[in-house]
Write a protein that binds this ligand. Structure first.
Ligand code: SAM
Length: 259
């Protein structure tokens, strides 16, 4: 089946439920609360169509985006031209990458941490650490798994003019002991005339809160700044990552700082 990431325009519609300006406000609030350095250059990992890029550049930041998929990078590039900006968009693997220069802030959105096992996770954090200036922030959206269940599923539909995009996702354990799971995202696209089905199937290594703390501590590269629920800095999660029983965990964010 065709890959979702080869159809950036449909991907955009599927995930257009986000309030981009509000999210950029949150990124800036994290800078002022946690960063020890002024932020000029921001790096997005797995940037895809780079939906936050125009708003960030409008606010004066230099933007670098890396992604494996050339169609996503081309789409992001066209978006930049249309908005009159010149970001740096590079084809790189987030598992192991280098940049020509260091950046002041790194972020990764919508659970896009594509590491298939523990070795890839370590390599990822080492690459980020080498790229991020001391005192700078690494902001992760939905990359730490706060729910214990390895099984999950959901769906939603978004309509834009003639276009209807139905998204569904499932997550199931492949190797529970090693925290390896498979994530499948499917899009059913109807443009008024034709129907198209797209799929993204990935094997990922889940990181649970305790392990995330252990990993960042033992690597000695980052210090833990905190985690919050639902992109809301006023909605903290327990220090150890325990979930308050009355809370539904939705897009939890995690902030760590380069030592
Ligand atoms: C869920 S999309 C997120 C896109 C964008 N950050 C956003 O917020 O809409 C995940 C992106 O990660 C990219 N990707 C997947 N594996 C990658 C890897 N190993 N290195 C770099 N990018 C990767 C995909 O091509 C895709 O564009």
């Amino acid at each position: 089946m065709n890959s979702i990431y080869d159809y950036p325009a449909y991907y955009e519609v599927a995930f257009s439920f986000r309030d981009i300006r509000r999210e950029v406000d949150t990124l800036e609030r994290c800078m002022s609360l946690f960063s020890r350095i002024p932020v000029h250059t921001m790096l997005e990992l797995g940037c895809g169509p780079a939906p936050h890029m125009p708003e960030l550049m409008r606010r004066g930041y230099e933007y670098i985006g890396i992604d494996l998929n050339q169609k996503m990078l081309d789409f992001a590039s066209a978006r930049a031209v249309h908005a009159g900006f010149s970001p740096t968009l590079l084809r790189r693997d987030m598992v192991q990458f280098t940049l020509a220069r260091q950046v002041d802030f790194v972020f990764i959105l919508l659970g896009s941490l594509y590491a298939a096992n523990a070795a890839e996770l370590s390599s990822h954090f080492e690459s980020v650490a080498a790229t991020l200036r001391p005192g700078g922030i690494y902001f992760l959206d939905w990359c730490v798994q706060f729910t214990r269940s390895s099984e999950d599923s959901g769906s939603w539909e978004i309509k834009q003019n003639q276009l209807r995009v139905k998204t569904s996702y499932t997550r199931r354990a492949i190797d529970a002991a090693d925290h390896i799971f498979e994530e499948v995202i499917r899009l059913k696209v109807n443009d008024g005339d034709n129907e198209l089905e797209l799929e993204e199937r990935n094997t990922k290594r889940a990181i649970y809160p305790q392990e995330f703390l252990f990993l960042t501590e033992t690597m000695g590269l980052f210090e833990f700044m905190g985690w919050r629920n639902n992109w809301n800095l006023d909605e903290p999660l327990d220090e150890r990552g325990a979930i308050p029983h009355d809370k539904r965990i939705e897009r939890p964010i995690v902030v760590i700082r380069r030592i």
